[in-house]
Write a protein that binds this ligand. Structure first.
Ligand code: GRF
Length: 202
């Protein structure tokens, strides 16, 4: 399964995907694309010998033009799966529809709770007992697509935000490679009524 990963920053999830790739295994990361030239994840990709591309959203007149150019770069790699790993751009409906059923994202909350930014602080402020992260298929609704895999962790008494972020990240690095591998193996897919694993609804 040829995979293209989109990033904007640190790329620790990208690193987890790189580390989980096995020679001859089902997942092949063909390219890493960033909208920011200074994204540290680009260095991670280069260190792993993966092709990198930069496409600066500020060079385009609008979201539609940026997304169209992005589609062209992605499709030049002919990927079966496109993985968003900290890609900090809202995607147009045209983009999302173009990759329907083959576009995954990871979000640091137990979706459908806490869509959007700043999830960890909001979870702490609300005094939630549990937090976590979700891998989901991307649809036009921001952070709203069908969930494929979730990891749940208890929030510790008196836990500070740095600790919580660190623990959620560790879970992200566990479940994203898992979801990508399941997709690559043909086990995970998007059905008409939601995500399916091994033919059964999730
Ligand atoms: C992660 O917290 C992910 O859930 C969110 O963006 C962050 C990316 O982190 N979508 P990294 O760049 O993979 O370290």
């Amino acid at each position: 399964c040829n995979v293209v990963v989109l990033i904007s920053g640190n790329g620790s999830n990208l690193q987890a995907l790189i580390d989980s790739q096995e020679p001859g295994g089902p997942v092949r990361i063909r390219a890493v694309i960033s909208n920011r030239a200074d994204a540290y994840g680009l260095q991670r990709a280069q260190a792993a010998g993966i092709e990198t591309r930069i496409i600066d959203h500020k060079a385009f007149a609008n979201r539609e033009a940026f997304d169209q150019a992005l589609i062209e770069i992605i499709d030049s790699q002919a990927p079966q799966l496109v993985v968003l790993a900290g890609f900090m751009r809202i995607l147009t409906q045209a983009f999302v529809e173009h990759y329907a059923g083959r576009l995954l994202n990871i979000h640091p909350s137990l979706l459908p709770a806490y869509k959007g930014l700043d999830t960890h602080r909001r979870v702490l402020t609300a005094g939630e007992a549990e937090h976590g992260c979700s891998v989901h298929f991307v649809t036009a609704e921001l952070d709203g697509g069908p969930v494929a895999v979730q990891a749940v962790i208890p929030v510790q008494a008196g836990e500070d935000i740095d600790n919580l972020v660190r623990r959620v990240h560790a879970e992200e690095h566990r479940i994203y490679p898992l979801a990508v591998r399941w997709f690559a193996e043909g086990r995970l897919r998007l059905g008409t009524r939601g995500a399916m694993l091994d033919g059964a609804p999730l």
